[in-house]
Design a protein around this ligand. Sequence first.
Ligand code: TXA
Ligand code: MG
Length: 319
Amino acid sequence: MQFLVRQPSGPDLVEAARVLRNGSLVAFPTETVYGLGADPENPEAVARIYTTKNRPANHPLIVHLADAEDVTYWADSIPDYAKSLIAEYWPGPLTLLLKRSANAKDFVTGGQPTVGVRVPNHPLALELLKHFKAAGGHGLAAPSANRYGAVSPTSAQDVADELAAYLKPSDLILDGGSALVGVESTIVDCTGSNPVILRPGAITSEMIERSSGIIVQDPTELSPKVSGSHKQHYSPKAKVVVSSSCAKDNGFIALAEIQTPDGAVRLAAPKDLGEYARELYAALRRADSLGLASVSILPPEGEGLAVAIRDRITRAAAK
Ligand code: TXA
Ligand code: MG
């Protein structure tokens, strides 16, 4: 595969940063899912993210930073509670929406008055961001590296399967192994007096309240809509149903303690919530590679990471 760089070395990352500065795309691993990176200050490069993903142009992008201090380049005002979250959870699976600075142009923010930023917790991503910064860049715009509406990729091979047909010869996919979290970052709107979770993830509402000392509020009608919060998203080709029963030869996903229904194809049997989040998307992809017509999923109960897992399952199952 021409795009894939297996076990990228230091020089490979310097080259990837150079390629990005020249306006090409580089898919890279993060702790959550793989991202499709471009220079957020190059409108043509950012436009290619949208065409490659087939994503509507008004859907904003997250800017990934090498360092927490770089946030002031992109954001104008950062409330104290957001500073606490940054201090505690960056690098990590937490995206903050902040009032944008003049550097965050409409072509990155989708015309929103805010910008989404995070420092990812993955050694390859951080090294790439460091090299990109050394080359004069200010972070990387990167949505999940899948076609719009499809399941996010948790391995470099997933990215290649999903996007190779749409990449250009100068683009790269950096292989950093399987994603450790497996579901996308928590998105928190930090523009009001209280944090609002727009997309649940591994940084939970309890963790945000403990760290910020402020109550998390529910989204309102006026809260920004994130594309991952559109009712249907994260969908494989197979039909997804939320159910503990499963017809013969259809896929089945549930915690290991749940038995496989007779004749079902077990796609994942995670032992705990962490494993559930890590394996969910790969299991949905396997359903498609096996050509299964339908997948039954029994979501996990409870709080914490279970909230994010249920959110993604519900959206995968939405029509
Ligand atoms: O874990 C993640 O967040 C991954 C990795 C690659 O970092 N990225 C990711 O990006 O999931 P994406 O584009 O697939 O999902 C980000 C969501 C989108 O639904 C987008 O609309 C929303 O965040 N978003 C980003 N900036 C926003 C803003 N300023 N206002 C409202 N929504 C925003
Ligand atoms: Mg996405």
